[in-house]
Each structure stands twice: as structure tokens, then as C-alpha cells.
Write a protein that binds this ligand. Structure first.
Ligand code: SAM
Length: 250
């Protein structure tokens, strides 16, 4: 689904959002990759970690959002506007990272084996997608969006870990698949609403005018507060399931 992105809003929970990237990267073994590609690089804050880990590599960030590419370039990332659905690896691509992106790309199950087939021997493809489309945050958003005249897809855009494992194992020599549910401890008023405002709510925001979107947010806020109650100390626990896979080409 195409949607607009706001780099500043997306970075509000940068520490929490960075954690899966670190956990994903920890399972990538490459020592001296020639080219490292961050597919769906967003504002480039995490792409910079790739350059820090592999200083001798050509590191590039690709993203379909003009705003995200501009933000990444401001950080000094060699970023370009590319739709990952139309992307193919250059012959020297030894590492591909795609973190929190492929749930926006409906055909990604077809792309993964195609990318693996085009990568050189020994290359690694590392991906992470949210696995929380059945969580209260998403169910409440979908139900309320419908009441406000916006139809969001009910089906999860991502596969379960076993499906990714089978898909990748058919095209790679080694496959490592796992899932983690992070329990983010958030602060501030309506933190879950703020978290999803810069991601899952983007399609609703795109579909409504300013007043209608404000009304939608005002309706959603108390529902999220009830589903994710603030603790006596003012913090809010936000469970977030994520699915990871790293595949190495033989
Ligand atoms: C949730 S952000 C993740 C950004 C970054 N990878 C991170 O982990 O912080 C999702 C990013 O995917 C990008 N994206 C979504 N669909 C895309 C597509 N088809 N091609 C390229 N980028 C896409 C968005 O523009 C956005 O920057």
C-alpha cells in the first residue's frame, strides 16, 4: 500500500524501533562485504550503523519515499528513490538488509526468492517484519477506520515464520528464522497512538482530510488507552511481535 511518510514523526520512538534492527544485524555474519544495501532505509539513522560496521563497503540506502530519501541524504547516506518491487541486486551485493519494510510490499513473497537467485555466492539477505497485525492496536484501528469510511486490509500482509523459513530454504543454503515479542515501555500521554500514528495510521491519514483525521484520532485514543492502560507510574507496556529471517546464498 502506498503511503506518505514523515521522517521526524517516525523517529519519535527511535530507540525502541532500532532494537529489532540490532537483533537482526547480530545474525549477519559477513566480514568484508563489497556492497551493503538497506532496502527501505527510511530516514537513514540505521543505515549509518551498516556503514559503521563495514567501513570498507559501499553502503546504499534505497527507499520509495522522497521525504525519507531526503532525510537519509541529510545524514550523509548514499540514498536513492527506488521501489523495492522493481529492485534487483547489483552483482557485488553481499548483504541486503530490509527492516520493517516488506509488510508494505504485498508481492514480497515473490521477490525474496528472486533476490536470492540474483545474489552472489555467500551473500546474506536479512529481513524483519512486524507480526502484530492481530494485535489490539491494529484490530481497533481497522474497526474504527471502517466506521470512518476507510477500508484497511483485514488480512495480515506478512507470512508466519514457518512460511518464510520454507520460502527462503528453497532458495538459500542456510536459513535462520525467529520471532520476538518486545515489551516496549512507553512514556507520555497516548504513547501507543503516537507510535502507530507514524506507521500503521499513515493510510488512514492519507485517506481523510485534516478534520476527519483529527476526529478519527480522537475516537481511537480512548480505545487504545483501554487496551494498553497506563501503569500507576505513568508508563505503558506495548507488546510488539516481530518476525526475523536471515538467509545465506550457497
Ligand atoms: C517503517 S519504515 C522502516 C525504515 C527503516 N528500515 C527502519 O528500520 O527504521 C518503512 C520504510 O519502508 C519504505 N517503503 C515502503 N514501501 C516501499 C517500497 N515499495 N519500496 C521502497 N521503500 C518502501 C517507506 O518509505 C519507509 O521509509
Amino acid at each position: 500500500m502506498s503511503t506518505t511518510w514523515d521522517p521526524t514523526a517516525y523517529l519519535t520512538f527511535a530507540d525502541h524501533r532500532a532494537r529489532p534492527f540490532h537483533d537482526l544485524l547480530a545474525r549477519v555474519a559477513a566480514r568484508a562485504p563489497r556492497r551493503v544495501v538497506d532496502l527501505g532505509c527510511g530516514p537513514g539513522n540505521l543505515t549509518g550503523l551498516l556503514a559503521a560496521r563495514w567501513p570498507a563497503a559501499v553502503v546504499e540506502g534505497l527507499d520509495s519515499s522522497a521525504e525519507m530519501v531526503a532525510a537519509a541524504r541529510e545524514r550523509g547516506i548514499d540514498a536513492h528513490r527506488v521501489d523495492v518491487a522493481a529492485w534487483a541486486p547489483a552483482p557485488d551485493t553481499d548483504v541486503v538488509i530490509t527492516n520493517a519494510v516488506l509488510h508494505w510490499v504485498p508481492q514480497h513473497r515473490d521477490l525474496l526468492p528472486r533476490w536470492l537467485a540474483a545474489l552472489p555466492a555467500g551473500a546474506e539477505l536479512a529481513m524483519q517484519v512486524p507480526g502484530n497485525f492481530g494485535a489490539p492496536s491494529h484490530i481497533l484501528t481497522r474497526e474504527l477506520a471502517r466506521d470512518h469510511g476507510v477500508d484497511l486490509p483485514a488480512a495480515s500482509p506478512v507470512a508466519e515464520p514457518a512460511e518464510y523459513a520454507a520460502l527462503l530454504a528453497a532458495a538459500a543454503a542456510e536459513v535462520d528464522v525467529w520471532e520476538t515479542t518486545y515489551l516496549h515501555r512507553l512514556t507520555g500521554p497516548d504513547p501507543v497512538l503516537e507510535w502507530i500514528a507514524s506507521t500503521a495510521l499513515r493510510p488512514v491519514r492519507d485517506a481523510l482530510d485534516e478534520a476527519a483525521y483529527a476526529a478519527f484520532r480522537a475516537d481511537l485514543a480512548p480505545r487504545l488507552r483501554a487496551a494498553y492502560p497506563a501503569q500507576p507510574d505513568g508508563t505503558t507496556w506495548f507488546p510488539f511481535r516481530r518476525i526475523f529471517a536471515v538467509a545465506r546464498v550457497g
